[in-house]
Design a protein around this ligand. Structure first.
Ligand SMILES: *Cc1c(COP(=O)(O)O)cnc(C)c1O
Length: 368
């Protein structure tokens, strides 16, 4: 059972949709598929423009940094993915300032406001919605609203790789929202997407940058339902299939189920003695702090057939992360907390009494 916060399992109907022969990308047949997928993506994002790029999510992060920073970037680092925005700036010789916090701590609205006020050359802010390194939720919407009050021309770029498809994102003050195929969208890795505001499109068009990740060319081309370079045809067919299904079920229904499952999982793990790691947990995943992380994960994998994620860098062996993104079955989430409780018993830490499963089920199905 794959319950890591990316990659997530690819549902059977998506695998089937992607199993047909490879079609040529410069054909009316593919353009019709592209158009349908593009329109669905615009609906999911609730933003006026989108592009699909043949790359992992980091490629779309890079494209946003290089195309949307004209002067100086402000990057928010509360974990490995926020740190990456700064590393991309450095790689391209783009000036940047970073606000750094521990991986359990979201950036404060005030810290961002102060940084913006202190340095008028900052013209773009880069932040995760959910920072997957520790599973925290940044107050992105509030930050975006405050920054726009100071200067509406400052571009807000949100990495929504573990937020798009997890929750309804208020994009009112966001200019670019990045996502990738292998997290909440349940596809194999290799496709990245960006949603844009009209202001972001205008900024990109005012100063086209780059070659492969030249978003001005990509936006212009994708408006004609084709791509500048060879399209990731198979993944785009898969994305169309997944979005059709999510739309038919209701996007809001997906968000509601994910939030319920995340809450039930957090409550179940707290009930058997764990501390939730982030101060503001996101619904994409549950992260708990425990020195027993490696031992628990090993037992889960070998004895109970559950694959969950650990931590990286200084959190290696200190946290574990259980995924809630995508179409996770209730019985899978319920089994995961059950297995964690069993592992505690196996390690002689806490005698098994079924508490995790009981708390999960009552929160998931009984409203408490
Ligand atoms: C997974 C992830 C990324 C990186 O995406 P890749 O597809 O591995 O390049 C970036 N940001 C966040 C928040 C992620 O969870």
């Amino acid at each position: 059972m794959l319950l890591t916060p990316g990659p997530t399992p690819v549902p059977e109907f998506v695998r089937k949709a992607m199993s047909d022969i490879t079609i040529h990308h410069r054909t009316e047949e593919f353009e019709a598929i592209f158009k349908n997928t593009r329109e669905l993506l615009i609906e999911l994002y609730d933003m006026p423009e989108v592009v699909m790029l043949a790359s992992s999510g980091t490629g779309a992060m890079e494209a946003c940094v290089t195309n949307l920073t004209h002067k100086k970037a402000l990057t928010i680092n509360s974990g490995k993915f926020g740190e990456r925005f700064g590393k991309i700036c450095a790689a391209f010789g783009i000036e940047y300032t970073e606000i750094k916090n521990e991986w359990d701590t979201p950036v404060s609205v005030e810290a961002v406001v102060n940084a913006i006020k202190a340095d008028p050359s900052i013209d773009a802010v880069f932040i995760q919605i959910c920072e997957s390194a520790g599973g925290l939720r940044h107050p992105v919407e509030q930050i975006a609203a405050e920054v726009k009050k100071i200067n509406k021309d400052i571009t807000i770029v949100a990495d929504g790789i573990t937020a798009v498809g997890v929750e309804k994102i208020d994009t009112t003050n966001l200019d670019a929202v990045v996502t990738g195929s292998q997290k909440a969208l349940m596809l194999p890795p290799g496709l990245a997407m960006i949603g844009f505001s009209n202001a972001a499109v205008a900024k990109i068009e005012s100063k086209p940058r780059g070659y492969y990740f030249n978003l001005a060319i990509e936006i212009k081309t994708q408006r004609k339902n084709t791509t500048a370079w060879t399209a990731a045809t198979t993944l785009i067919i898969g994305l169309g299939a997944i979005l059709e299904k999510l739309k038919a079920d209701g996007f809001d229904n997906l968000y509601k189920q994910t939030a319920l499952r995340a809450n039930a999982t957090r409550e179940a793990l707290k009930a058997i003695g764990f501390d939730i790691y982030p101060k503001t947990p996101a619904n994409a995943m549950t992260t708990v702090y425990t020195e027993q992380s490696s031992a628990i994960r090993k037992i889960l994998e070998n004895k109970y057939n559950v694959n969950i994620a650990g931590g990286q860098d200084h959190l290696a062996g200190k946290i574990f992360r259980i995924n809630h993104m995508g179409l996770v079955e209730d019985y899978e989430a319920s089994w995961a907390v059950n297995a964690v409780e069993l592992a505690l018993d196996d390690l002689g830490i806490r005698t098994f009494d079924g508490t995790a499963n009981k708390v999960f089920a009552s929160n998931m199905f009984k409203g408490n």
